[in-house]
Design a protein around this ligand. Structure first.
Ligand SMILES: [Zn+2]
Ligand SMILES: [Zn+2]
Length: 173
């Protein structure tokens, strides 16, 4: 009987020690996995922000939309208009990882006022976005109203964007 108790006690102690050790191992493994995940997340955030600051395409657009604020989306030439930043951010959130090149046309193809739709109103489904801005519901392309943003000709970004008249200026949108 005494022997049995001692055996039981030893067994319990062994079990107890084992459980504590197992618990510690689990905690350590959890910490390692957690830290690895946290490290990956912070790298993904870093990578997304870096790409956003250069106007580069995003590898994981949904993640990028989480990690990057619209106003942090820029291009190599500098800042972008906020409505365009918001359009790009919305495109990322919808799963399209395009870089700024998706939105900016060739800088040599300056489009005279009102001539845009003579050249390229094919297939776009323009809807109103911010004041003076339109977005294509199909491809997220951004267009601006040259009458709302009248100094567009001096803007390094606007001269590379399609134009369309807003509803307030007689446009169809
Ligand atoms: Zn389109
Ligand atoms: Zn307008």
């Amino acid at each position: 009987m005494a022997l049995d108790r001692r055996t039981q006690c030893q067994a319990w102690n062994t079990d107890h020690d084992h459980q504590v050790a197992a618990g510690r191992a689990r905690a350590q493994a959890f910490t390692t996995v957690y830290q690895a995940a946290a490290g990956l997340a912070s790298f993904a955030a870093f990578s997304a922000r870096m790409r956003a600051s250069h106007g580069s395409p995003q590898l994981f657009p949904h993640e990028a939309a989480k990690y990057v604020a619209p106003q942090d989306i820029r291009c190599c030439a500098g800042s972008l208009p906020l409505p365009l930043q918001r359009i790009i951010h919305a495109a990322w959130a919808a799963g399209n990882g395009w870089g700024i090149d998706h939105w900016l046309g060739d800088p040599d193809l300056r489009l005279p006022l009102g001539s845009l739709f003579a050249q390229g109103d094919y297939g776009h489904t323009w809807v109103a976005w911010d004041v003076g801005w339109l977005v294509c519901a199909a491809c997220w392309l951004a267009a601006f109203c040259p009458l709302c943003l009248s100094d567009w000709i001096d803007d390094h970004v606007l001269v590379r964007l399609p134009q369309g008249l807003c509803a307030g200026h007689g446009g169809r949108w």
